[in-house]
Write a protein that binds this ligand. Structure first.
Ligand SMILES: Nc1ncnc2c1ncn2[C@@H]1O[C@H](COP(=O)(O)OP(=O)(O)OP(=O)(O)O)[C@@H](O)[C@H]1O
Length: 587
């Protein structure tokens, strides 16, 4: 329950609604309990004596009570709906903000499917719980306790039946609950797995189609689906056993009451003027039903609480997750980077206990320089540049920008002054304009045009009917790889950053576009430090310096093209593989 209690803070803003819900629930239940008493009065007093005034008055009160129950129920329902909807909307928003702030390492830990299930399914469980809480929290106990008091008041002798049926019902329900509840946690985990598979598939339709791996993916999904179905059926089946068991116990109770009544009438106890007290027996039946309903509600409450507790635990795990990449206690906020970069003995790993992906990297870059980064695949080039905007933190060593350790700089301001365009550019559904402006929402029309121009994308934009207002579909699926790269370059340029990182961003460009982009980067480079990762020597050989990574995540060289040809074995090998030993570019 402790996880659910933590979420009660979301109810605080709705105290008045909560109070109203509880008051009207109280009224509803009390009115409901009063009706059997009135019924007994009609049968036992009004009918035998033929007192029509008493009959009419009691019937009138019964009608009023019935309306009162409906009205109170409606108000209670409205308040419960209001609280549960608003409180969980706020919780969902907080969870979303938290997820947005998670670092890559945090996200990797939870997996995307889990984050989605928690934002949807788990929140829904909490919503159902809040709803039930304000619909039924005191209903069950009042029905149970009130019913018991009134039943005992009606007939102490008949009440003896409760000594058997109430413990029986409690034992039956407890057995079912202890079996069913762990299954509900499992069901949520199965939903996570389903979501993960769906996500992977909708994110990579081209790969799946081109490798004709639909049937493999279908099979994979079918397995997860079956897994979910089995667990879910098992959980619901266990709960379903509850109904017949409860019905049997209730029917046993009814038979028991009749049996006991017969004995009591025989012994002259439930008899007035030679006639059996039918009103008392009927009222007792009604109270017994109320008691059993109350017990059932408590059992339902247990189901809701346990399911919601499992979900609350999963939600709290995310909300309380320590973001491993946060601002220092007193971060420097007002700083304007000029572009000096220094790595000092940097080691890096993606996981806490994993092997180093980068080993003892040290180098210095002066503001305005253009640096090429080259190395074989998996050598750590992308990992290295991702450390500069603090997408990940170093394992040891430090990274200095303008002499400041980046951990001392405010993350938002730091990232605001660094642009990054990646090999697999991600575009968002919207327009060309909205995508480029993501780099700088305040950019003018001229800046928009010039950044598109610098990224060699103005020609193809001009060819579109709506130019900058042309539609971009999800992930930029209606554009070619090269066009997407150019748009993501434009997005990086428009930011006018102090540091520009291009991670193999020109790999899909034709030679002409690459030349234009290279020329414009050089222009930009006068006021921006530019890091260009490329597999092609021709793309980076003109850079002020080239950083060469070996296969083990260490630096093999950091110098000018010609110096590296003399000194770096790795660089020379890459150069020879692309240009031949004689220096003629291979086809
Ligand atoms: N998110 C991640 N989690 C765990 N390991 C990762 C992650 N990203 C990369 N790696 C590992 O880190 C190492 C370096 O990868 P990185 O992407 O930096 O290489 P790269 O030189 O940029 O490669 P490429 O030229 O193919 O893009 C690889 O061994 C890779 O498997």
């Amino acid at each position: 329950m402790k996880n659910l209690i933590k979420l009660f803070k979301y109810l605080k803003s709705y105290t008045i609604y909560a109070l109203l819900a509880v008051i009207f629930m109280f009224v509803e239940v009390l009115a409901g309990l009063y009706i059997p008493y009135l019924m007994a009065r009609i049968i036992d007093d009004a009918l035998p004596s033929g007192d029509l005034i008493l009959l009419r008055n009691t019937a009138l009160i019964m009608i009023l009570m019935a309306f009162g129950t409906i009205l109170a129920g409606l108000v209670n329902n409205y308040c419960a709906q209001y609280i549960s909807q608003y409180a969980t909307a706020n919780l969902r928003l907080d969870l979303f903000k938290k997820i947005q702030g998670l670092s890559f390492i945090n996200v990797d830990k939870f997996k995307t499917g889990r984050l989605i299930t928690s934002s949807t399914n788990d929140i829904l469980q909490i919503q159902n719980f809040f709803m039930f809480l304000f619909r039924a929290i005191i209903r069950g106990p009042i029905m149970l306790v009130g019913g018991l008091i009134l039943a005992i008041k009606t007939s102490v002798e008949l009440s003896a039946i409760y000594i058997i049926i109430i413990p029986l019902l409690i034992i039956g329900i407890s057995i079912i609950m202890t079996k069913a509840l762990p299954l509900f946690t499992k069901v949520q985990e199965k939903v996570d797995a389903l979501n993960n598979t769906v996500l992977e598939n909708v994110n990579s339709p081209r790969v799946i189609k081109s490798f004709v791996s639909m049937s493999y993916e279908n099979k994979r999904f079918a397995e997860k689906n079956e897994d979910y179905r089995k667990t879910s059926t098992q959980a619901n089946k266990t709960i379903a056993y509850a109904m017949p068991i409860i019905t049997i116990i209730i029917n046993l109770g009814i038979a028991g009451i009749l049996y006991l009544s017969a004995g009591l009438i025989e012994n002259g106890i439930l008899v007035t003027d030679g006639l059996a007290d039918a009103g008392i027996i009927i009222a007792f039946f009604n109270y017994t039903m109320q008691i059993l309903m109350g017990l059932l509600m408590l059992a339902m409450m247990l189901i809701f609480v346990s399911r919601a507790e499992a979900s609350a635990k999963r939600i709290n795990e995310i909300i309380e997750e320590e973001v491993d990449l946060t601002n220092s206690s007193n971060p420097i906020k007002d700083f304007k980077l000029t572009g000096d970069i220094e790595f000092r003995n940097v080691d890096f790993s993606y996981t806490q206990d994993g092997n180093n992906v980068l080993n003892d990297i040290s180098f210095k870059v002066k503001r305005g320089e253009t640096i090429g980064i080259i190395g074989s695949t998996g050598s750590g080039k992308s990992s290295l540049v991702q450390l500069i905007p603090r997408l990940y933190d170093v394992r040891s060593g430090e990274i200095l920008l303008d002499g400041y350790n980046i951990k001392r700089l405010d993350i938002k301001s730091l990232r605001g002054q660094i642009s990054m365009a990646t090999q697999k550019p991600i575009l968002f559904s919207g327009t060309i304009k909205s995508n480029i402006l993501q780099g700088n929402q305040d950019a003018t029309k001229e800046e928009l045009e010039s950044s598109a121009n610098n990224a060699a994308s103005i020609d193809f934009i001009d060819n579109l009917d709506d130019r900058f207002d042309a539609e971009v579909q999800k992930k930029g699926n209606n554009f070619s790889g090269g066009q997407k790269q150019r748009l993501s370059l434009a997005r990086a340029f428009i930011k006018n950053p102090a540091i520009l990182i291009l991670d193999d961003t020109t790999s899909a460009l034709d030679a002409n576009s690459e030349e234009i982009v290279k020329k414009n980067i050089k222009e930009l480079g006068k006021r921006t430090t530019t890091l260009i990762i490329s597999q092609k020597v021709s793309t980076i050989m003109d850079a002020d310096k080239i950083l060469v990574m070996d296969n083990y995540g260490s630096l093999d060289g950091f110098d000018h093209h010609y110096k590296l040809l003399e000194k770096s074995k790795v660089y020379k090998e890459i150069y020879n593989s692309q240009f031949g030993v004689g220096g003629v570019e291979n086809e």
